[in-house]
Design a protein around this ligand. Structure first.
Ligand code: HEC
Length: 211
């Protein structure tokens, strides 16, 4: 190969690379099947995730904007059970358009949950809840993460993104989730189950430990 054709080849490779790179700014995540949790529950994991990130007032709540993402039946219409890659819900979750700024995009853990739930049959199921489990890591943090973080991320007005945040706001959180103060999670999202409220209450009574 003479030097000119070498340059030409390099030029072609570079151009093709640029074209591909521009078309796919953010490559869709490739889900590692080994990271998908088993037995993902719609009511406890998927619905709160969707409600706190997508079905806020003015966005995707019934009667508001299309598609409605406020309940199982309407969410199910965006899903092909068993086939996440061909489900609209999953495509939204990995796409760059939703949720629009200033909301942050879903992270890999959240995308993986949606992927897994669809893969596992997109059932309308709920996880068991046990009031004897009330540690920060097993009960409190997962509840806050799923139900609150979509609106209370690290950069929000009332961040609930760390142990310290949750520790500092614990009494207010309890007053809000029991609807004695400001109802939270913010309606139209449903009130937390009595079991989950009790778990948080017991954690507070036991000294709000980072356990
Ligand atoms: C859809 C968005 C959204 C979700 C989900 C949400 N919040 Fe809020 N939260 C807000 C907004 C907005 C405010 C500011 C006050 C207001 O407008 O009501 C707020 C305020 C608060 C406050 C401080 C103000 C006060 O006096 O109550 C606490 C504490 C709180 N939320 C806790 C929670 C907890 C705990 C959860 C989850 C169980 C949760 N929130 C879920 C939107 C949300």
């Amino acid at each position: 190969m003479n030097i000119l054709s070498k340059f030409f080849t390099l030029f072609v490779i570079f151009t093709v690379f640029l074209l591909v790179a521009c078309k796919h700014e953010a490559a869709p995540p490739i889900i590692d099947e080994n990271t998908v949790p088993s037995g993902i529950c719609f009511e406890d994991e998927i619905l709160p995730l969707i409600q706190s990130n997508c079905a806020k007032s003015g966005c995707h709540t019934s009667g508001d904007e299309d598609p409605d993402l406020s309940n199982y039946n309407s969410i199910k219409m965006l899903v092909r059970a068993g086939d996440p890659l061909n489900s609209k819900l999953y495509k939204y979750a990995i796409g760059s358009e939703m949720p629009p700024p200033p909301n942050s995009a879903l992270n890999l853990e959240q995308v993986t949950l949606i992927y897994g739930w669809i893969k596992q049959g997109a059932l309308n199921n709920s996880c068991s809840c046990d009031t004897n489990i009330y540690t920060f890591s097993e009960a409190v943090n997962p509840i806050i993460k799923r139900n609150c973080l979509g609106c209370h991320g690290a950069n929000s007005n009332v961040p609930l993104a760390s142990y310290q945040n949750i520790f500092d706001n614990a009494d207010l959180i309890l007053a809000d989730i029991t609807y004695q103060n400001n109802p939270m999670p913010k309606p139209p999202a449903a009130k937390l189950s009595d079991c989950k409220i009790r778990q948080i209450e017991k954690w507070i009574q036991a000294g709000k430990l980072n356990n």
